[in-house]
Design a protein around this ligand. Structure first.
Ligand code: DAT
Ligand code: MG
Length: 168
């Protein structure tokens, strides 16, 4: 596939600071396609799995609170899948370096991020950093039917005992 996909998460500080429109405008410079988008309340399991590679870091617990919105009195993030040529690199460039103080001031993280007194980088957005990570993250955050493109192989599965909420 010459098309690459990447996961973007507008973190709770981005939503709290009303930066959603601004961030989407910045990302549109990359001329990629949005093929999935939703607002998510991040449960502990999702947060832990998303950041499982960082579980031994001293800032891990704070990071989990951050992505779950516990530091901002928010219970939302917005997650998006962008697709196109070199999507991962293009989005990472617009996002900027992980450390907001080192990030290009014109990048999203450089312009709007900060370092908390606890040392945690509050850096407004998440962006996948390489293709295996993007695949893992997209599969974690989205079901096949929530993406308007057959990104990865999927199968039909029947769940006879499944209960789910429907509109009353
Ligand atoms: P990125 O989000 O740029 O891919 P990462 O995956 O290494 O960076 O880390 C995930 C998040 O954890 C990052 O966005 C902010 C936080 N973080 C990473 N390294 C940190 C550090 N040394 N000190 C504080 N927070 C850090
Ligand atoms: Mg990362």
């Amino acid at each position: 596939m010459d098309q690459e996909a990447t996961l973007v998460i507008i973190k709770p500080d981005g939503l709290k600071k009303s930066l959603t429109g601004n961030i989407l405008t910045r990302l549109s410079e990359a001329k990629l396609k949005i093929i999935g988008a939703k607002v998510v309340e991040v449960k502990e399991d999702l947060a832990n799995t998303h950041y499982s590679h960082l579980k031994d870091k001293p800032f891990f617990q704070e990071l989990i609170k951050y992505i779950r919105g516990k530091l901002h009195g928010e219970n939302r993030v917005m997650s998006l899948v962008y697709c196109g040529e070199n999507a991962i690199g293009k989005v990472r460039r617009i996002a900027g370096a992980t450390n907001p103080e080192e990030a290009d001031p014109i990048s999203i993280r450089g312009a709007y991020g900060r370092i908390l007194t606890t040392g945690l980088y509050e850096n407004v957005i998440h962006a996948s950093s390489e293709s295996s990570e993007a695949e893992r993250e997209i599969k974690l955050w989205f079901n096949p039917d929530e993406i308007v493109y057959d990104l990865y192989p999927a199968l039909e599965k029947q769940f006879s005992s499944q209960t789910r909420r429907v509109w009353q």
